[in-house]
Design a protein around this ligand. Structure first.
Ligand code: C2E
Ligand code: MG
Ligand code: MG
Ligand code: MG
Length: 280
C-alpha cells in the first residue's frame, strides 16, 4: 500500500529553522531578566458608539540579535520549554500594573490577557491571578482572560474547573480565535464564558456576500443566542465595520482603530479618542 511507505521529503531550511527554535528557546529563558519583554495594548471598542471598553495586552520580545520576534513564534516555544507559566505571570502582573496606572489617571478600563493551554492545567493559577488583582488593588471585573477553543479542549474537564474558579471570583472570560478550533457547540455551552471573539481570519477581508460574511453573521447570532457578548478581532476596513454594526456585533478590535501601543501611548490614544467622540 503506497500510502504507508515512509516518505522522505526534502524541506529547504528545515535544519536551519530547527536551530533557530533551539536558540530562541534557550534565549527566551533569559529574555525577561534582560528586559527584552514588554507588553503592548490594543483597544476593544463597543459598537455602535465606539467607546473603549478595555484593552488587550499582547506580549512583545525584542531579541538582542534577531530583533522583534512575534508571539505566534515564541509562545509555542515557551509552552514546549516549560517556561510559559513564568511568562504568563509576567503578563498578568504587567497588564494589571498598566490597568492600575490608567485608573489612577482617570481612565476606568479593564484589561484582557491571553493565557495558553498549559496555564489552564495549573490549579494554582486562579489564586495567583486573584493575588495579583489584590496587590494592584483592582476589582476582578477589571480583568478579562482570553483563551482559545483549542486550549480549553485539550483537557476540557480540568480547564473548566480552573475557569469556573476565576469566573466565580468575578473575572470575565473570553473564547479567542473562535471558529478556527474544533470544538462543538455542545462543548462551547459547557464553558463558563462571557465573550466570544470571532477570529480575525474571517474579519480582516470581510465583504458583503462572501463566505466570511455568512460565518461572521451566524457566529454573532449563535453567540447572542447563548447569551454571550460577541467581538470581532482584526477589523481593518470601514466596510467590514459597517457590516459588523448591521449584524449587531457588540465590540470590535483592529488596525482600523489602533495598532497595539505601549501603555502610556495607549492612555493618550484613549483620551484623544474620548475627546473626538464627545465632539462628534
Ligand atoms: P490573539 O490573542 O488572537 O491576538 C490578536 C492578534 O491580532 C495580535 O497579534 C494583534 O496584534 C493582531 N491584530 C490586531 N488587530 C489586527 C488587525 O486589524 N489585522 C491583523 N491582521 N491583525 C491584527 P500578535 O500580537 O502578534 O499576537 C498573536 C497571538 O499570540 C495572539 O493572538 C495570542 O494568541 C498570542 N499572544 C500574544 N500575547 C500573548 C501573551 O501574553 N500570552 C499568550 N499566552 N499568548 C499571547
Ligand atoms: Mg487574544
Ligand atoms: Mg484572537
Ligand atoms: Mg490569535
Amino acid at each position: 500500500k503506497g500510502e504507508h511507505l515512509p516518505v522522505c521529503t526534502y524541506e529547504p531550511g528545515r535544519e536551519e529553522s530547527h536551530l533557530r527554535q533551539l536558540k530562541l528557546m534557550s534565549d527566551l529563558r533569559r529574555a525577561q531578566a534582560r528586559g527584552q519583554l514588554r507588553l503592548v495594548f490594543q483597544p476593544k471598542l463597543s459598537l455602535p458608539e465606539g467607546r473603549v471598553c478595555h484593552a488587550e495586552a499582547l506580549l512583545r520580545w525584542n531579541h538582542h540579535e534577531l530583533g522583534p520576534i512575534g508571539p505566534d513564534e515564541f509562545i509555542p516555544l515557551a509552552e514546549r520549554s516549560g517556561i510559559i507559566n513564568t511568562l504568563s505571570d509576567f503578563v498578568i502582573d504587567g497588564a494589571l500594573a498598566a490597568c492600575r496606572a490608567w485608573l489612577d489617571a482617570g481612565l476606568d478600563l479593564g484589561v484582557a490577557i491571553n493565557l495558553s493551554a498549559i496555564d489552564l492545567l495549573d490549579d494554582k493559577l486562579p489564586d495567583a491571578i486573584l493575588g495579583h488583582l489584590r496587590r494592584h488593588r483592582l476589582p476582578p471585573r477589571h480583568l478579562i482572560v482570553e483563551v482559545t477553543e483549542s486550549a480549553v479542549m485539550r483537557d476540557i474537564e480540568y480547564a473548566v474547573r480552573v475557569l469556573e474558579r476565576l469566573r466565580a471570583a468575578g473575572v470575565r472570560l473570553a473564547i479567542d480565535d473562535f471558529g478556527t478550533g474544533h470544538s462543538s457547540l455542545a462543548q462551547l455551552k459547557r464553558l463558563p464564558v462571557d465573550e466570544l471573539k470571532i477570529d480575525k481570519s474571517f474579519v480582516m477581508r470581510l465583504v458583503e456576500g462572501s463566505d466570511d460574511d455568512v460565518i461572521v453573521r451566524s457566529t454573532i447570532e449563535i453567540g447572542h443566542n447563548m447569551g454571550l457578548s460577541v467581538i470581532a478581532e482584526g477589523v481593518e476596513t470601514e466596510a467590514g465595520l459597517a457590516l459588523l454594526k448591521r449584524y449587531g456585533c457588540d465590540m470590535a478590535q483592529g488596525y482600523l482603530f489602533s495598532p497595539p501601543l505601549e501603555s502610556a501611548a495607549f492612555a493618550g490614544w484613549c483620551n484623544r479618542h474620548r475627546d473626538a467622540l464627545a465632539q462628534a
